[in-house]
Write a protein that binds this ligand. Structure first.
Ligand SMILES: [Mg+2]
Length: 376
């Protein structure tokens, strides 16, 4: 089998409500799709999502597309995708950084190879440890009453009982009060966690985390800037409530440094920030070797990107903190024929060849920024 072509599409999908984060408010989520075709016509599809252009991570959707088309694709045409790990190594020699672009390309190779073998992609990673995983919902409407209503509806419908609040924007004291009101309203029916998205300094973190810990919050995600591992280490040793690394944890080298310096109590895995599924599995191994529990993060992918993450997370034996693979529920529309299923507070891991999702090419054409003439 040989790779014949690799095409990249930037797709803007509307969300059901504004989603407020410290660095950006999402009303239209931008995902990058790639389609790799073999010479005998098998297609492998991949997706990575970005948040607010380049405001969350360095790579914008436009850069991901350009890097793949100009620098990665020429390395792959004519090569056998079955050796996807060797091809990823070759890409790494010629392209530094650009982890989202690399993750997208690796996903297309894995989807293609798994479809060729007619197996789910998770079989290429040791098979499933889980057929479903707990899934958190992010309360990010920006309004306390609306967030409480949303949380209660999630509990009643058995959709989610883990709630994450994005609290990096605005007055830290008001944000902490907002979180504690929500925790009081939910009580023991659900877990409340916060994501600060690097917005606090260490002094702010000290009094805010103390109040959040007293208020019954279960997890504090990335309070400090991504470079501040020393500060994260101090916070982790000071508080009982676990501190989780997200933006500070990308590559396997960063995972090693955080584990060695105990600069977090929990790892938030994300396939694109590690540079792909294989690298994410290695980050998980570092966590396992260090006794650090894991959480399956999201970049707010649509159904395909969610399936990619879900399949990989399903191969990791211990996912103590569950996942936040709620992405498809935030979109008004989707780019696959079949949809991700949620049941009894969990995401059902997709089955079927590849990542188990069938791309709806008409939807890709509809939402793509470019004229997609080559999709048929
Ligand atoms: Mg986060």
């Amino acid at each position: 089998m040989k790779i014949h072509s690799l095409e990249v599409y930037i797709v803007d999908l509307p969300t059901i409500r504004p989603h407020h984060l410290a660095m950006h408010t999402i009303v239209t989520q931008t995902i990058v799709l790639a389609c790799m075709r073999s010479e005998d016509g098998i297609e492998g599809w991949g997706e990575v999502a970005t948040i607010g252009g380049a405001s969350y991570f360095e790579e914008s959707p436009e850069v991901i597309k350009l890097t793949i088309e100009k620098y990665i694709s020429p390395l792959l045409i004519g090569k056998n995708p079955i050796n996807f790990d060797a091809l990823s190594h070759t890409i790494g020699i010629h392209v530094k950084g650009n982890y989202f672009a690399k993750a997208l390309v690796e996903a297309t190779m894995i989807d293609l190879v798994a479809k060729y073998k007619n197996v789910p992609s998770y079989e290429l990673f040791g098979g499933q440890c889980h057929t479903s995983l707990p899934v958190a919902w992010t309360l990010a409407s920006g309004d306390t009453v609306r967030d409480i209503e949303e949380a209660k509806h999630c509990l009643e419908t058995k959709r989610h009982n883990i709630f994450k609040l994005k609290i990096g924007k605005g007055d830290p004291k008001k944000n902490v009060a907002h979180v504690i009101k929500i925790k009081e309203a939910i009580g023991g029916a659900g877990s409340v966690r916060v994501d600060v998205n690097q917005a606090w300094d260490e002094a702010t973190s000290l009094y805010c985390i103390e109040a959040l810990e007293d208020g019954g919050v279960d997890l504090i995600e990335q309070p400090l800037m991504s470079w501040n591992n020393e500060g994260m280490s101090r916070l982790s040793s000071r508080f009982k409530v676990p501190i989780m690394a997200d933006e500070s944890l990308g590559t396997i080298q960063e995972a090693y440094q955080i584990a060695k310096n105990r600069a977090a109590d929990v790892f938030a895995l994300k396939v694109p920030k590690a540079g792909g599924l294989t690298a994410t599995k290695k980050v998980a191994a570092i966590a396992e070797a260090s006794g650090i529990p894991m959480y399956g993060g999201t970049m707010i992918e649509s159904s395909l990107g969610t399936a990619i993450c879900a399949q990989l997370y399903s191969t990791i034996p211990e996912m103590k903190f569950g996942t936040e693979l709620f992405g498809p529920l935030l979109f008004k529309d989707n780019i696959t024929v079949n949809q991700i299923e949620y049941e009894n507070f969990e995401i059902i891991i997709p089955n079927g060849p590849g990542f188990g999702m069938v791309v709806d090419k008409e939807k890709v054409k509809h939402y793509s920024r470019e004229t997609v003439s080559s999709i048929n």
